[in-house]
Design a protein around this ligand. Structure first.
Ligand SMILES: Cc1cc2nc3c(=O)[nH]c(=O)nc-3n(C[C@H](O)[C@H](O)[C@H](O)COP(=O)(O)O)c2cc1C
Length: 400
């Protein structure tokens, strides 16, 4: 994405440097525009060095409006896929809400047709003032997104709301607001299972597997970005993705219960969790003491969540499963598809530990018409986006 990052005159301006860096690391191009007040808090040199792009607006060397054969505010307005103002002062919110164009940033905000996102930061009294809230409501009515500030101790020493949202959350909101929506998935409720389940042997020991939940989390992000309403049922320890309703579970039974409570309200299921097939028959309530010789643990089957949800689905609901296979992966995926009555299985060849954690991965979709071309190898975030595009295309091909 090509992002214009507007930086206005608040103490939190120093955090925009971190945001610019994060966005560049995520593969975006970032051009910064400083207001005159913004330039008192952070320098064009810092921003240019971090982004590898020129810094526009208030600039000790070139001034607000640079002599250029291209009309800069129009050229930049056209260049942008998204304009984010971080931090946004009460002043810029008021100007933009009322169509004032007194400097490069405010003029560009009028000229651009790109999505606009605001991350305000200010003293609590200013934030709660009806004028600021009315301006924000007006900006929202233009279709602009607002990442609300959080609460905490502010630079002025007061404690309350007005603190700039976390930089990572702002970056996620930029991703959501700047991603084109997919008509077939927009507004659709999608249930995703992700991560390992844990089956306790006693209060200390547990049976689990090597899944981390990274793939399901990236699928949740990718679906969120194209406009789906995602509910994620998540095992493991990874952080829940921003903007996704997440339910944390531990055992297969808990995952089943969380899914069953949400399934009737969902349009589709992506079952990416690595659910334990067995659990200890009788977990001990006390820590089991070590014995001398061999020990036997009796395992019993856990519920088959995917089969249960698929069996109870309505005709308008779709079900996509994932499979991790170390041999004959396409044959096993076809068998799973038929046995559980799925619309698609995305199979992962995990021979030699491939596919777990942060590594790049490849998925091969299998549907009733047979195997499709493999997707990948790609990093998990790119793979998730490619899978969502592939599945949206399959949904479009389905008869109503
Ligand atoms: C030290 C200092 C800190 C400030 N912090 C904020 C702030 O966090 N939020 C805000 O809305 N205004 C803050 N202001 C006031 C703005 O800088 C002022 O309204 C300015 O005109 C904003 O101009 P701009 O919106 O063009 O950047 C601060 C001013 C000073 C001197």
């Amino acid at each position: 994405m090509q992002i214009i990052l507007g930086i206005t005159g608040g103490v939190a301006a120093y955090k925009s440097a971190e945001l610019a860096r994060l966005l560049v690391n995520q593969g975006h191009r970032v051009r910064c525009i400083l207001t005159e007040a913004g330039a008192r808090f952070i320098t064009p040199l810092t921003l240019t060095s971090l982004t590898g792009e020129p810094c526009y607006g208030a600039n000790p060397d070139q001034g607000e409006w640079r002599a250029s054969p291209n009309i800069e505010h129009i050229e930049l307005a056209r260049w942008a896929d998204l304009v984010a103002v971080v931090p946004a002062t009460a002043n810029i919110l008021g100007k933009a809400a009322n169509g004032l164009a007194s400097d490069l940033l405010s003029t560009l905000l009028l000229a651009t047709r790109a999505p606009v996102l605001w991350a305000p930061a200010m003293n609590t009294g200013m934030w709660e003032h009806p004028a600021v809230q009315a301006n924000l409501a007006r900006l929202r009515s233009f279709g602009h997104a607002v990442v609300d500030p959080g609460e905490g101790v502010l630079a002025c020493g007061e404690e309350g709301s007005g603190k700039l949202a976390e930089v990572a959350s702002i970056a996620e909101a930029i991703q959501v607001h700047g991603t084109p929506k997919l008509r077939i998935l927009s507004g659709r409720r999608v249930l995703i299972t992700s991560g390992p389940t844990r089956e306790d042997l006693d209060p200390v020991r547990t049976l689990t597997n090597r899944s981390t939940g990274a793939m399901g989390i990236e699928l949740a992000r990718a679906l969120r970005d194209v406009g789906a309403k995602v509910q994620l049922v998540l095992g493991g320890d990874l952080a829940a993705p921003w903007g996704v309703e997440t339910v944390r579970v531990r055992s297969a039974q808990q995952m089943l219960e969380a899914c069953e409570a949400r399934w009737a309200d969902s349009d589709g299921l992506l079952a990416a969790a690595a659910v334990a097939d067995q659990r200890p028959e009788s977990p001990s309530s006390e820590k089991v003491k070590k014995g001398d010789g061999a020990e036997t643990v009796v395992l019993v089957r856990t519920p088959d969540i995917l089969a249960r949800l698929s069996a109870s689905r309505r005709q308008d609901q779709w079900v996509v499963g994932f499979a991790a296979e170390s041999e004959q992966h396409l044959a096993h995926a076809s068998a799973k598809l038929a046995k559980k009555g799925l619309d698609a299985v995305l199979v992962n060849d995990v021979q030699g530990g491939r596919g777990f954690g942060a590594q790049a991965n490849t998925l091969t979709p299998v549907t009733a018409s047979g195997p499709h071309p493999a997707i990948g190898p790609l990093s998990k975030d790119q793979l998730a986006r490619a899978v969502v595009q592939w599945w949206a295309h399959q949904l479009e091909l389905r008869p109503d």
